[in-house]
Design a protein around this ligand. Structure first.
Ligand code: C2O
Ligand code: CU
Length: 470
């Protein structure tokens, strides 16, 4: 019998609202908005330089850098048909979302990469409010460096009342690092240069904010703004400062934290920080986002200029964001203990390691493009690093026995960093040279999940594995 109950009608209209929230989308058969990966041009270098040929995502219209911001409400569906109009196979990973395994986009583990001209349908629920991003997960060391990433914002189902100020305005700031030549073209060779990969990775020479050099944002005097900072660089750890704006951190990698000062912060590749700032009280005043290129000399990468009428100043203390509704804290009474030892790279090297089931010496590893290992295995895709029963708490000690920093990312889960003084909950943890970290998480999401360094040159040259939850 065919009739529509009010309930199912409401369910349908909720899905529709979610789709309509996505800005200016194209439509495909089956009613899926199309997320197109395609070549495009972007003005990355300052005005006066030529535009840069990039690979980029577009939803309706040309590809942009960063890709279009996708915004949904927690619990709602994200649905896209990825259309591959690139000359290379590709896949989209929804970084940080505790997602259905089949939708994780982690080629070749959870799906085959989509060949040029073909498409793949993504349809999943984004359960946890926060700041996330999406990016290519095939040849990502090249494809992300060419521009294939964009912000994914999951709003809280119940608005966060008042604490951000009357307008509760959000400003997403996507930070990226590009390796450009003097004509502003992306240096387009040696993508798998093992020399760079065995050091800090492919560091760029041009930092952009929302795809532009030194953009300026206008704020109303006294306005309280929530910045959503995302580091989409493939190698660059960003040291940032937001002086004299009362900056306070409210979330890391999408997960709420007790508010604390954030006048300076460090964002590893793939990490996010939600920071609340208060604009200066007078009009025509300037604030800036500063960046340390590594020599201790802070430079402006974006400006904030106060303009217009003052907003009602928000003096209220900043309250923490609401906790994630479905978050289960790790149970440390009887965890499953795992170890992840990272070795290799320049100035340490590898005497021997296992690659594709064979133990080989350094020369042979290098001939296969390998420079790093997880637990003695380079790029171990044949079998899982470990398996956990669904619901079990896994505690993992991650030891960095190399001379470089690494940003370790787990797919499908967030973990608590037990060695962090704030015990933050994240999906990507930065571990300094010769340091270690201990993390714990409830393995509550069934499937095969990648674990890798998010310095993407390290990932492809060995720092890659996976674990299974069943
Ligand atoms: Cu953001 Cu496996 O990646
Ligand atoms: Cu690394």
């Amino acid at each position: 019998m065919a009739y529509t109950t009010r309930r199912s009608f409401m369910a349908q209209s909720t899905a529709l609202t979610a789709a309509l929230l996505m800005p200016g989308r194209g439509r495909a058969q089956g009613d899926l908005p199309v997320l197109r990966a395609m070549p495009a041009t972007a003005q990355l270098a300052p005005q006066g330089y030529p535009g840069t040929e990039v690979w980029a995502y577009g939803i309706s219209g040309p590809g942009t850098v960063p890709g279009p911001e996708i915004r949904v409400t927690a619990g709602e569906a994200v649905r896209f048909r990825l259309q591959n109009d690139l000359p290379q196979a590709t896949a989209v990973h929804w970084h940080g979302i505790r997602i259905d395994n089949a939708m994780d986009g982690a080629a070749p583990l959870t799906q085959a990469a989509v060949v040029p001209g073909d498409h793949f349908d993504y349809d999943f629920v984004a359960p946890d409010p926060g700041t996330y991003w999406y990016h290519s997960h095939n040849r990502s060391f090249e494809q992300v460096a060419r521009g294939l990433s964009g912000p994914l914002i999951v709003e809280d189902a119940t608005p966060w009342a008042g604490e951000v100020g009357s307008a509760a305005r959000d400003l997403t700031l996507v930070l990226d690092d590009w390796l450009l030549d003097s004509d502003a073209a992306i240096v387009n060779d040696r993508w798998d240069d093992l020399h760079a990969a065995a050091h800090a990775g492919r560091l760029g020479n041009t930092v952009t904010v929302n795809g532009a050099a030194w953009p300026e944002f206008s704020l109303r005097p006294s306005e309280r703004i929530r910045l959503r900072l995302i580091n989409t660089a493939t190698a660059r750890v960003m040291s940032l400062a937001l002086p004299e704006l009362g900056a306070r951190l409210i979330a890391v990698d999408g997960h709420p934290v007790a508010p604390r000062s954030a006048e300076t912060l460090v964002l590893a590749p793939a990490q996010r920080a939600d920071v609340v700032i208060d604009a200066p009280t007078a009009t025509e005043q300037r604030g800036a986002l500063l960046f340390d290129p590594g020599n201790g000399q802070w430079v402006d990468i974006a400006g904030f200029l106060t303009k217009g009428d003052a907003a009602t100043a928000t003096t209220a203390d900043l309250r923490a964001l609401p906790a994630w509704p479905g978050w289960q804290a790790p149970d440390l009474t009887q965890p499953q203990d795992e170890v992840l030892v990272m070795e290799g790279g320049a100035m340490r090297g590898l005497e021997k390691a296992t690659y594709q089931g064979r133990t080989m010496d350094f020369r042979e590893l290098v001939s296969h493009g390998m420079a790093w290992t997880f637990n003695g295995v380079a790029h171990g895709m044949a079998e899982p690093m470990f398996s956990a029963r669904q619901g079990r708490t896994v505690r993992m000690k991650i030891e960095n026995r190399t001379r470089f920093a690494h940003a370790v990312h787990l797919h499908g889960h967030h973990f608590q960093v037990l060695t962090d003084p704030h015990r933050d909950i994240r999906d990507t943890v930065l571990i300094a040279p010769d340091q270690s970290a201990e993390i714990a998480f409830v393995a509550d999401n069934p499937g095969r999940w990648m674990i890798h360094c998010h310095m993407l040159g390290h990932q492809v040259s060995g720092m890659m594995g996976w674990f299974s939850v069943a």
